[in-house]
Design a protein around this ligand. Structure first.
Ligand code: PMV
Length: 326
């Protein structure tokens, strides 16, 4: 097969990944847990150049995103990822990669997760690799750590460990919905990659972050197994604020939450007092994702509509091939 198309959805972590123990292999300092969404997909086609007639000797991969030629940086990341795939496949053939992304890129809506999950799935098929879901998760991890979790349907735990054992797999847990409050779609000022490195190097709280994340993950797995939405929610919100605290504590400091993000956290806390049980989280950006029981989801969406654009989403599928091509 020389052309393949895959679709993947972003995921939002309820126990966050923040910090690497190995930068090349992208091994996290601790495990994490997320919900794969049913909205904002990335669809990616990988066409090997031999098949498209553009020749294998040009020495470059090409990458277009949402109809435009991607930046040198973005293309470099795709090429480095494809180099890993080519190494596994024993191939030197370059590829044309065409991607469309329905979420605003770089705004903390995990477009790198859906992007590398779709790219891993499409590239593995195009280059003829026969990988199971676990190995696809390990491969996607090499593009962006959080992408390992977008291979999995619904709730996913990504294990820390060595290269062979650091993959994501499904966990059962409470049925929930999420309201995504987009307060700002601008590209973030500091990439999560750079910010993670700075946090690890300069935050005096980093060792405590690692040990408390391990504890949060163990508690979260228990809460999921017990189908306990309240406990899942409490861990989600406090863990998100701990991640933002450790990020703010680095030197020079980085602050991803905007005043409106904080207002959403406060509004959700006030709604809880009134019986609408919901809990907030935010990734490396100002947008807030709020989990809620299915029966209260529409009330929550309506209550948060004044803070930005709101979108009610649910649990979605892990990355899939949608066209195996020729
Ligand atoms: O996969 P990366 O390098 O984009 O890191 C994502 C980190 C967070 O989104 C902030 C947390 C997480 O677990 O997804």
């Amino acid at each position: 097969m020389t052309t393949a198309t895959a679709r993947a959805y972003p995921n939002i972590a309820l126990v966050k990944y923040w910090g690497k123990q190995d930068e090349d292999l992208i091994l996290p300092v601790a495990g994490s847990l997320s919900l794969t969404l049913d909205a904002f997909p990335t669809t990616t086609t990988v066409a090997l150049d031999a098949a498209t007639g553009t020749g294998t000797n040009t020495g470059i991969d090409t990458f277009s995103l949402n109809g435009a030629v991607a930046s040198t940086d973005a293309t470099g990341r795709v090429t480095r990822f494809l180099d890993r795939v080519r190494e596994l496949a024993g191939s030197e053939t370059r590829a044309t990669v065409t991607s469309t992304n329905e979420a605003p890129t770089g705004a903390g809506l995990a477009s790198s997760a859906s992007g590398f999950a779709a790219l891993a799935t499409a590239a593995a098929a195009a280059y003829g690799l026969d990988l199971d879901r676990r190995d696809l998760s390990r491969l996607a991890r090499r593009g962006s750590g959080s992408a390992s979790r977008s291979l999995v349907d619904g709730l996913a735990v990504w294990h820390a460990g060595d290269d062979a054992h650091s993959y994501a797999e499904a966990v059962a847990g409470p049925d929930m919905r999420m309201v995504i409050v987009t307060v700002d779609t601008a590209q973030k000022a500091v990439s999560s990659r750079a910010a993670m490195r700075r946090t690890a190097l300069t935050s005096p709280f980093f060792p405590a972050w690692i040990s408390s994340t391990e504890e949060s993950l163990a508690a979260m797995l228990e809460a999921c197994a017990a189908d306990d939405f309240t406990r899942v929610g409490r861990i989600t919100e406090s863990h998100a604020l701990r991640m933002h605290a450790v990020i703010q504590s680095c030197d020079p400091p980085i602050r991803y939450l905007a005043p409106t993000s904080v207002a959403v956290f406060d509004a959700v806390a006030a709604l809880r007092e009134q019986g609408l049980e919901a809990y907030s989280t935010a990734d490396a950006g100002p947008n807030v994702a709020v989990i809620v029981r299915p029966e209260q989801a529409e009330d929550l969406r309506d209550a948060l509509a004044g803070f930005g654009s709101v979108r009610l989403v649910g649990a979605g599928d892990g990355a899939r091939l949608i066209d195996a091509g020729a």
